[in-house]
Design a protein around this ligand. Structure first.
Ligand code: NAP
Length: 587
């Protein structure tokens, strides 16, 4: 194929995920067959809106995308014409022309849309949204009930679409972190409704639209048990906390990843925490418990199957109910969301249980606790540099509170892993957090603490590919002496030319705190110039404070150095986000 055509094709498919690419592959194959047969009929695989189910998704960690892709595959298998679109690739003018629309969207933190759906959510909730009398719709929200405003974005969209005159054809679904418990039955019902409303008008199954089966590989549901290759502390002993560099082998797994992707890890709860529960609840760990048709010892349920380190709203509700405690029940009222958020941030489930003990049987305890879910770690390596390995940067959560030791499930699982162990893992692709296709573009990376992980992967990748653009890293941590993660590697990268600029902010070395955003402001002129020349900007790490403060600093920088008002600077940054030139991997 000639270079110009190839380049337009690459632009067209830029940012599409495997499901869309397989769809295009099948569509192109059908078109090629028709051309070979000399069939002049237009290859209009994409149905007119009137005959089609549109599935829109907004996804930060890939879960909403996974569920939306599943719905697409099942709807296509049922003979419906479907188009699956990521929210930021969706032409908003199409909205009023849809007849059947399903939205699968996650809520980040308390009430934030995923980055890929910011524009769409703003549009639908805003004044410019069109009336939608001809649209029938269904919304599935994904969220985490350890945040008080659980599934807020899904709820807002569901209400707003009705307000705009659209008709709900399936009720709002609200899936918690054990997504499939709600998503699976919701998909069944919604698909059945969609078949009823669309089925009659559908032509026979469109064979060319079947997705090409994906390579059998390991997945969230079928993790690969990866041997541990290395597990070492990368902060000094006197740092006061533990951060680990962990290396696993993916050899023989068929798994591959791109810089920006995450590794999903299915943890096991720390044995000492399981024992705390058995002691506090006065239950026998060897007692066999049958739940959901499976029989395991209580110890096994608590170790491998139940969430013990994150408090959730449903658990607060169950405990409020069982204990009859009015104060706890009051926290569940809609006007108490800040107090509930504070409670969830401070306490783990065991703390609340100790304050409100219930005389539960082992069966009741297993039923009350949420299923354990995998944790995502930003991958800290490039496969071009490390082959079949995958590297992680793990901040170990282990602290004393309320008179007891507390742990993070996955970080302590990883920190305690030894050479004999295999860890259940899978790859979670993150299409929104990718190096620029054009390797001549500069990149600016902001990653304090363990948020630096994906940037180790970025720099490795750009070194291996000989990328022409410059790489600028902003890193921060508490102390230069004890917590300069990967210091030797960054210094080597500066020497070998794979890192061009490094700005550091150590927050606890001097009386006054210094954070990365201060360094951004100090370098504001150069930073703005890099962005004006087309640089891509990446932020990884803490979402609750750091990412917001960095965002505010970027707006100030654009105002100061671009001659914008603050409102214009905000729009400029939001444009960068829309263009995929400002990507965030934060939680
Ligand atoms: P941390 O110690 O919490 O923070 C690293 C540095 O950032 C410290 O120097 C800290 O200073 C400083 N900091 C605190 N508040 C800040 C603010 N508002 N703006 C800028 N800097 C600020 O680092 P960590 O323990 O490694 O944790 C990093 C966070 O990133 C965790 O929340 C982790 O879950 C998250 N993370 C997310 C991803 C992802 O989303 N893919 C990947 C990796 C890590 P002081 O403590 O001195 O105030």
């Amino acid at each position: 194929m000639e270079a110009a055509r190839l380049s337009s094709l690459e632009r067209l498919v830029d940012g599409l995920g495997p499901a869309e690419l397989y769809w295009i592959a099948a569509w192109s194959a059908a078109r090629a067959e028709r051309l070979q047969r000399g069939d002049a009929a237009p290859a209009s695989a994409a149905k007119a809106p009137a005959e089609r189910l549109t599935i829109l998704y907004g996804s930060q960690t890939g879960q909403a995308k996974r569920v939306a892709s599943l719905l697409q595959a099942r709807a296509e298998a049922a003979g419906l014409a479907v188009r699956l679109v990521r929210a930021d690739a969706y032409p908003q003018r199409d909205l009023a022309r849809e007849t059947h629309l399903v939205v699968v969207i996650s809520t980040q933190g308390d009430a934030e849309p995923p980055d890929d759906a910011r524009g769409l959510v703003e549009f639908v909730l805003g004044k410019r949204a069109p009336k939608l009398p001809g649209v029938r719709y269904a919304v599935l929200g994904l969220g985490d009930s350890s945040y008080p405003q659980f599934c807020a974005i899904g709820r807002q969209l569901d209400e707003r679409l009705a307000e705009l005159g659209a008709t709900r054809f399936a009720p709002l679904g609200e899936a918690d972190v054990d997504v499939d418990a709600v998503a699976a039955p919701w998909l069944d019902d919604t698909l059945e409704q969609a078949r009823q409303v669309l089925g009659a008008s559908q032509p026979a199954r469109i064979a060319t639209l079947q997705p090409v089966p994906q390579r059998a590989a390991h997945s969230r549901e079928r993790p690969f048990h990866a041997p541990l290759l290395d597990n070492q502390a990368i902060v000094a002993r006197d740092a006061g906390r533990d951060v680990r560099h962990v290396e696993l082998s993916l050899e023989g797994s068929g798994l591959s990843y791109e810089p920006g992707d995450s590794l999903g890890v299915w943890p096991r709860n720390p044995p000492a925490l399981v024992q705390q529960w058995l002691d506090a609840a006065k239950l026998d760990g060897e007692h066999a418990v049958t739940h959901d048709g499976r029989s395991l010892s209580l110890r096994q349920w608590l170790t491998d199957e139940r969430e013990l380190t994150r408090l959730s709203r449903p658990l607060v509700a169950v405990l409020a109910d069982a204990s009859g405690d009015d104060e706890l029940a009051r926290l569940l009222r809609p006007d108490q969301s800040a107090a509930l958020a504070a409670l969830m941030a401070e306490y783990q489930p065991i703390d609340l249980w100790r304050r409100h003990p219930c005389a539960w049987s082992a069966e009741e305890l297993v039923a009350a606790l949420r299923p354990l879910t995998p944790r995502l770690y930003s991958i800290a390596s490039s496969q071009k540099a490390v082959g079949d390995e995958v590297h992680l940067t793990v901040g170990v959560v282990d602290y004393l509170a309320h008179g007891e030791r507390h742990w993070g499930a996955a970080s302590s699982f990883l920190a305690q892993a030894d050479d004999e162990q295999r860890l259940p893992v899978y790859i979670e692709a993150n299409e929104r957090f990718r190096l620029p296709q054009d390797d001549a573009r500069d990149i600016i990376m902001i990653g304090p603490g363990t948020g630096v992980a994906p940037f180790r992967a970025f720099v490795q990748e750009r070194r291996e590919t000989g990328a022409r653009g410059r790489n600028w890293l902003f890193f921060g941590n508490r102390h230069f002496g004890s917590e300069f993660l990967y210091q030797v590697e960054w210094q080597a990268a500066l020497r070998d030319g794979s890192l061009h600029r490094l700005d550091l902010a150590f927050s606890r070395d001097d009386a006054a705190k210094v954070y990365v955003q201060q360094r951004l402001r100090e370098q504001g002129r150069a930073l703005y110039a890099w962005l004006q020349e087309g640089a891509h900007l990446y932020v990884c790490g803490d979402a609750s404070r750091m990412a917001k403060d960095v965002n505010a600093a970027l707006i100030d920088i654009a105002a100061a150095h671009g001659g914008h008002t603050h409102e214009q600077a905000r729009e400029w940054l939001s444009d960068l986000l829309q263009q995929g030139r400002y990507a965030r991997d934060v939680y």
